[in-house]
Write a protein that binds this ligand. Sequence first.
Ligand SMILES: [Zn+2]
Length: 350
Amino acid sequence: MIPPPRVLVSCVMPLGSIAGHPRLLSLLSRAMARQTLPPALLLSGPGGVGKRTTALALAETLNCPQPRTLGNWLEIDACGACASCRRIARGVHPDVIVLEPGETGAIRIDEVRDVIDRANYRPFEGRRRVVIVDEADTMAPAAQNALLKTLEEPPSASVFMLVSSMPDALLPTVRSRCPRLRFGALLAADVAGVLMRDHGYTEAEARAAAADADGSIGCALAVRNVDLVGARDAAQRLLEHAARVSNPVHRLELARNLTGKKSATAAERDQLAVCLRALASLLRDLGVLAVRADTSSLANADLQADLGPLSDAFDSERSTRAFTAVDRALGALERNVGPKVVADWLVLQL
Ligand SMILES: [Zn+2]
């Protein structure tokens, strides 16, 4: 029998493919299905957790000619495959306007006025005109004031989405007109999943990067060129060594592994800072294991088999004490204390 021709169907579902935030996405999907999405929204939360991606996915769903009706945790979602969805994803849809700070680092008042003008026309081809103001907190107060009236009474077919990781920098009058969607940090597993799926990381790279990223995909990508796997390895070896050996001379030998073999002090400082963050992350996990808390919150879940035995030596009290020492070491690095001095001091505190 001749097999049927292979049809390439993109299975990208924009809301459904966003990592984390299931409750928030579910709420938004339901609001769109029932056409009760407020015309002005503020998406707030830490950087790099998917706020802007969510705003774009909402724009796709609002304009997709064949949205999928899912009826599961998402009621509807964009198809992700049609011309409209693809153009929104590529940033070339005439009805989806993204306003963001330019080279000056601020969104200018004339840009805001221009967007308000455009929002007053009916959409060219979509159902809704969507204006996404990314890093909305970079609008000066005058620019925010220019936007106020439009946020109060948005043109009938328009939706305004303000995106900000510093919402307190927005005028209270602006904040009060936009129902707020609070995004939290992602789980390390979600960050690692996105790094593997969308950015070509191997599992080991993704896990090490996620453990260092405080629940932010953006933070993980920002340190893409740093040897995170090596840093986490060094941190793990140091803890294993410290669990067995108390002789200070032997401990000090290990301090060298933390700063790496780079000659420049600046490079040593960066390498040590990454190592210290890896140490802090491992110690936090040891603290979780010591009190037998829910292991789904482990940042280094892939190392759980190694961390288990280590948690016998690093009980709750010792891991907390060590965590505090790592924190002080990071503070000393920031105050420009030499990296070798910091590393030597720290290995004796574990
Ligand atoms: Zn579509």
